[in-house]
Write a protein that binds this ligand. Structure first.
Ligand code: HEC
Ligand code: HEC
Length: 409
């Protein structure tokens, strides 16, 4: 294979192998626990629900309020704010379908079960599963999409049997007949599965990094595609900087959990990370190995059943994907850093680390890189910004009459 352009930076074969393993982004992995995962009608319903503020208690907050398509499906804030103020940074939904565990603390094991959390979370949408299902039942376009994927909508018009605002933890929910609660849970799970079907279409788009790897694969490596600083940054990322230990593959994440010993958001007590997320996952009715899963015996479900949490998971957070990272500030679970420069300064000095307990992982070493090397790393991270999804996927479906959410100042 003849090289058309002379590569300008010498790259170790291991670096080239690292890059080729990270690109292109494949389609999301199969999702047996969601029978609707790749159903286009379900995705249409999910698309409508994603932009629908009527799922929230005050009917003013949709998923897209915090996962704003104009901000690469984030909110641009250090920590989320809606019905209340949170202590977590809002991750992007782009590429979320590739994650094995959802949320910073891994308390969901599927995209569909994840989607059910924010609807009822008092500091997010503060709605209820009963009202969400009733909204779909009472909104003709939503109801007809629902029925075409899940069969007849149960009759929940009796407001004594099905009291408004009912969600676990409320007395009205606890007072409901178990069979009625089951009816609502099944319909609610279907809404999550539809939202997940839409989210699976939100793939990270092709980036300069992918275009560069495609040229490498074609035997026509062209460093002009990335620019020399980003090529040098790639070499550092996959080499001396050690980033590849945790950030590798198409998502640039190991999809697992680590404790970087970062301080919590302002005034918050340190979050136990996966140490808290695991018990919540065990307690969830919407687990991959639970009653609402479409494949409770699948390998995926067995993995949920098999996880064991040790003290080393205390304070560990999910390694985020670095796809589109330049478009999704601020950074880290608590929104600790405003810019990529700040993130790299952290890895360079580790000065902000707070040691909370002696089980903390001890894998990071200060990089002690020069400003020029840090700039190269940042150029590489910036080359991971992909083309956005289609305008259609980024906009509320026209039949909902919902306007694009205001971009936060
Ligand atoms: C109030 C702002 C807010 C709203 C509304 C909201 N989210 Fe989120 N979302 C967040 C925050 C903050 C997190 C991280 C929370 C955590 O990890 O505990 C998150 C996490 C996620 C994740 C996990 C990503 C990952 O990499 O683990 C997905 C997917 C997601 N949200 C989708 C949705 C969907 C679907 C809805 C609507 C049903 C929604 N969100 C509503 C703020 C919001
Ligand atoms: C030991 C595993 C590990 C190593 C090594 C590592 N990271 Fe990370 N990275 C993580 C985890 C875990 C987080 C999230 C931590 C948190 O929020 O508490 C993270 C977060 C980030 C973020 C913020 C992304 C976001 O959306 O908030 C960036 C950027 C990043 N890492 C880049 C790098 C670079 C560059 C290197 C090499 C210098 C590196 N990482 C080395 C595990 C690692």
């Amino acid at each position: 294979m003849a090289l058309l352009c002379q590569p300008s930076v010498d790259l170790d074969p291991a670096v080239i192998a690292f890059a080729r393993a990270a690109s292109p982004v494949p389609p999301p992995p199969a999702e047996p626990t969601n029978a609707l995962a790749d159903n286009p009608t379900a995705a249409t319903l999910g698309h409508m629900l994603f932009f629908d503020p009527a799922l929230s208690g005050r009917r003013d907050t949709s998923c897209a309020t915090c996962h704003d398509p104009a901000l690469a499906f984030t909110d641009g804030r250090a920590v989320a704010e809606a019905a209340g103020s949170g202590s977590f940074n809002t991750p992007t939904v782009l590429g979320a379908a590739h994650h094995r565990w959802l949320f910073w603390d891994g308390r969901a094991d599927s995209l569909w079960s994840q989607a059910l959390g924010p609807i009822e979370n008092p500091i997010e949408m503060d709605g209820s599963r009963l009202d969400a299902v009733r909204h779909v039942a009472e909104t003709p376009p939503l109801r007809s999409l629902y029925e075409s994927i899940a069969g007849p909508m149960p009759d929940i018009s009796d407001t004594v049997r099905f009291p408004s605002g009912a969600r676990p933890g409320t007395s009205s929910w606890e007072a409901m007949h178990p069979a009625d609660r089951q009816t609502i849970d099944t319909a609610f799970a279907t809404l999550g599965k539809a939202i997940a079907a839409y989210e699976r279409l939100l793939q990270p788009g092709e980036s300069d990094f992918d275009r560069w790897v495609a040229a490498v694969n074609a035997g026509t490596r062209d460093d002009d595609i990335l620019g020399e600083p980003a090529v040098r940054g790639l070499a550092l990322f996959a080499g001396a900087a050690g980033c590849r230990q945790c950030h590798f593959g198409p998502t640039l994440s190991d999809l697992e959990f680590h404790d970087l010993s970062l301080p919590p958001a302002d005034d918050a007590t340190p979050h136990p990370g996966r140490g808290a997320g695991y018990p919540l996952l065990r307690a969830s009715a919407f687990r991959a190995d639970g009653p609402h899963s479409d494949a409770p015996e699948s390998r995926k479900a067995r993995r949920t059943a098999a996880i064991r949490i040790g003290t080393e998971h205390w304070g560990a957070f999910k390694t985020p994907s670095l796809r589109n990272v330049a478009a999704t500030p601020p950074y880290m679970h608590a929104g600790n850093f405003e810019t990529l420069t700040d993130v790299l300064t952290f890895y360079n000095t580790l000065e902000q680390q707070v040691r909370r307990h002696h089980h903390a992982e001890d894998v990071l070493r200060p990089l002690d890189f020069s400003p020029a090397q840090l700039a190269d790393l940042e150029a590489f991270l910036s080359a991971l910004t992909g083309d956005p999804p289609s305008t259609l996927l980024r906009s509320p479906p026209p039949e909902t009459g919902i306007q694009n959410p205001e971009t936060h100042e």
